[in-house]
Design a protein around this ligand. Structure first.
Ligand SMILES: [Fe+2]
Ligand SMILES: [Fe+2]
Length: 289
């Protein structure tokens, strides 16, 4: 990491009350920085969408530095849906990074689907990582992958499951987790963000029925997060989930599915000399209107 060592000190500001103890110390030699991260997921676009119908999206450029879309941009992965989603997101006027969701992966034309988004300057993270230099000088890194289901296990990952139905899932889970870990390990940036469609923790699953947990995420993803320690994790997919959660190691996780948040979610990372790096809710959808 380009910034100071990881520690568990408290951020001496009221902001910390909404924040978490998973911070590093921002070196005295560095000027304070603010990184504003907007995220949304599960748009499930079927056709042309008026940007004004999604709370916060039209004006998110005024309260965030980048937008991450955590999958299920489309309902059925059709090219015409991808074109509508691309048109919608092009109207955001921010750097847009996306991971694909299970509904997007219904596409029979994955390369074409991806190209539609890329033609609108939307970057698709499929196990890779990217960096963005903000105008204030902060270097932001985002690693992303779809992830997979598999369930949440206290010790073993889903690869402990051996019956036929789950074997394919275990293979996909291991592949996606490894890709995410590679991406996160590549990032030597001031701020590191992990984006995925599936959940890395059950703490953001809210009112989802327990019997559906195996379809909603897996603990391998959470283990990757705890090994690589990004500053924040964003995911979607669990429409009945809750916004805030943590991995077992305490990394803050946000379920930003549109049915959960009701619009765009924005958080700010405060990086201040001599203090810890902390998360603060800054631009709720209301602020972006
Ligand atoms: Fe969804
Ligand atoms: Fe989904």
């Amino acid at each position: 990491m380009a910034i100071g060592h990881r520690s568990r000190i408290r951020y001496p500001s009221p902001i910390m009350e909404k924040s978490f103890a998973h911070e590093r110390v921002w070196p005295l030699s560095r000027p304070p920085l603010r990184v504003r991260i907007a995220a949304i997921g599960d748009l499930h676009v079927r056709g042309s969408v008026d940007i004004q119908t999604i709370p916060g999206l039209l004006n998110v450029k005024d309260c965030a530095d980048l937008l991450i879309v955590v999958g299920d941009l489309t309902e059925n992965g059709r090219i015409i849906e991808a074109e509508a989603a691309a048109e919608l997101l092009a109207g955001v006027l921010l750097p847009v990074l996306v991971v694909l969701g299970n509904h997007d992966l219904r596409t029979l034309r994955r390369t074409a689907f991806r190209r539609v988004l890329e033609r609108s300057a939307i970057e698709v993270l499929d196990g890779g990582a990217t960096t963005i230099r903000l105008t204030n000088g902060a270097l932001v890194g985002i690693a992303g992958a779809t992830g997979s289901g598999g369930g949440f296990w206290p010790v073993e990952g889903p690869d402990a499951l051996h019956n036929g139905t789950f074997k394919g899932l275990a293979v996909r889970s291991a592949r996606e987790s490894a890709a995410l870990e590679r991406g996160l390990n590549e990032l030597e940036t001031d701020v590191r963000i992990a984006a995925m469609h599936y959940a890395p923790t059950a703490t953001t699953l809210g009112r989802e029925p327990v019997e559906k947990y195996w379809m909603l995420g897996n603990s391998d993803l959470g283990a990757v997060i705890d090994r690589t320690s990004p500053d924040i994790v964003v995911h979607g997919h669990a429409h009945l989930g809750t916004l805030k959660g943590y991995t077992p190691g305490g990394v803050p996780v946000r379920n930003v599915a549109l049915p959960v948040v009701g619009g765009v979610h924005v958080e700010t990372l405060e990086l201040r000399s001599g203090h810890a790096i902390g998360l603060a809710e800054y631009g709720t959808p209301a602020r972006c209107r």
